[in-house]
Design a protein around this ligand. Structure first.
Ligand code: AMP
Ligand code: MG
Length: 422
């Protein structure tokens, strides 16, 4: 008889042949999640953070007509002397919103303010700091000027019919300004996805109730609430669900009637109290993914009716890691936006970091800029997947790829700065 117990692949193993990579999990999410279909037309102020549904082409040029970029004098360049000083008669003034009505002849100039239309007969604006008023009241300018000087040409920002905002773009404050500059007051955007979430676990007690032995407070629903609230989604908090199959099936059925995406935490392992898998098998289609990451290896992905289901692990840090790496991209696709991968920056590790090859690790770090404006990073102490303060103290993930076998102080590592709203 063997004197050792052979174990199945488990969370403590550095490698597990059945695990898929982060990149593969993202590819599957991109393939399987479908964007919401419905759209709504909204005033542009309400479109911030929403996903544009129809490409916007500009109905006219911006600026519509040439105007001055400076306060100064509008002149015709070929009416200036080739060398030396020219004296010009000031024949009027042009203000932003109040053009000069006449036309400017040779030997004349028009006083002009920033934003005012370029008067007829002129082709340059000489800024007031480069002109003098002579004793005779004439405007004196030198020969050192060229056609088009200090003029904002029509269409130099946007040309008529030019594509300005493509479909699938999440609208930024600058986009709202660009739309307004085109006179577009309303836009068709995708409706917000509805995201329902719940915690599972007989040990969980909601905040506000006393803690009996063996119980812990439910923290996952609060970190999830925080991460989801920053997004352009409607959220439904379904509370804590007990560890039994009936309760699990009941809440999943209710959630799938209301939500485009259902997120649960806990109950996705292979313990006797882990009911997410059996519930999903009963109600929908399911894929159980083991992803080669730490923390957060087990993740359930599936479909219940028209809803996407993502069953995250229970450990509080694993919840936040899997949310940031997989749920956020899934929400992007669901919202009708292009899936974005988180940006990585290079940083110098200020301390050694232990790591066994086999999985991508998301250690929690504090990144700062050194005196040369280069990123440097330290860990936030203990890195267990239950140590949630390692997240709250951090401002970045230190991403150590599958094949990394540990880091020495001074080595270069990749960091992902936290930005829960993308
Ligand atoms: P599970 O995957 O359900 O076995 O959970 C793994 C670990 O995470 C256990 O120690 C749980 O007590 C803990 N955990 C699960 N859900 C939560 C939660 N909502 N808040 C805090 N800890 C949790
Ligand atoms: Mg549990």
């Amino acid at each position: 008889m063997n004197d050792k117990i052979s174990s199945e692949p488990n969370c403590a193993d550095p490698t597990d042949p059945a695990s898929i990579s982060v990149a593969e999990a993202l590819e599957r999410i991109e393939q399987r999640v479908l964007p919401v279909h419905a759209c709504e037309r909204l005033p542009i102020r309400e479109c911030l953070g929403r996903v544009n549904n129809e490409a916007v082409k500009s109905p006219h040029s911006v600026p519509p007509l040439p105007n001055s970029a400076m306060d100064g004098f509008a002149v015709a360049i070929d009416s200036l002397q080739k060398d030396g000083i020219t004296e010009l008669d000031e024949v009027g003034a042009a203000y932003a919103g109040n053009p000069f009505a006449g036309s400017c002849a040779s030997g004349q100039c028009v006083r002009i303010m920033t934003g005012a239309l370029i008067p007829e007969g002129t082709d340059a604006v000489i800024m007031q700091e480069q002109a003098e008023i002579g004793d005779n009241g004439k405007i004196r300018v030198d020969a050192d000027h060229r056609v088009g000087e200090n003029i904002r040409q029509a269409g130099e920002d946007v040309k008529q019919n030019e594509m300005v905002i493509e479909a699938g773009v999440r609208l930024s404050p600058a986009d709202l300004g660009v739309l307004a500059s085109l006179g577009i007051g309303q836009l068709q955007v995708k409706r917000k996805p509805v995201v329902a979430f719940f915690s599972t676990g007989d040990e969980l007690v909601p905040v506000g109730e006393p803690l009996e032995p063996g119980k812990i407070y439910d923290s996952n629903r609060y970190s999830l609430h925080g991460m989801l609230s920053r997004l352009s989604v409607d959220i439904i908090d379904l509370g804590v669900v007990r560890d039994d199959l009936d309760s699990m099936c009941e809440v999943l059925t209710r959630a799938s009637a209301q939500a485009d995406l259902i997120i649960s935490t806990g109950g996705v392992s292979v313990g006797e109290a882990d009911f997410i898998k059996p519930a999903l098998t009963e109600l929908g289609t399911t894929e159980f993914w083991k992803i080669a990451i730490k923390p957060g290896r087990p993740l359930t992905f599936g479909q219940i009716g028209a809803s996407v289901f993502m069953g995250l692990p229970g450990n509080p840090v694993a919840v936040m890691v899997t949310f940031s790496q997989f749920v956020l991209p899934a929400i992007e696709v669901l919202s009708g936006a292009r899936m974005r991968r988180p940006s990585l920056f290079r940083a110098q590790a200020m301390e050694a970091m232990r790591k066994i090859p086999g999985r991508t690790e998301f250690q929690r770090g504090i990144a700062s800029l050194d005196e040369n404006n280069r990123w440097q990073v330290v860990k936030t102490g203990k890195q267990g997947s239950g140590i949630l303060t390692s997240m709250s103290r951090a401002n970045c993930f230190i991403v150590l790829p599958d094949d990394n076998a540990g880091v020495e102080a001074g080595d270069e590592v990749s960091i992902q700065l936290f930005d829960w709203s993308h």
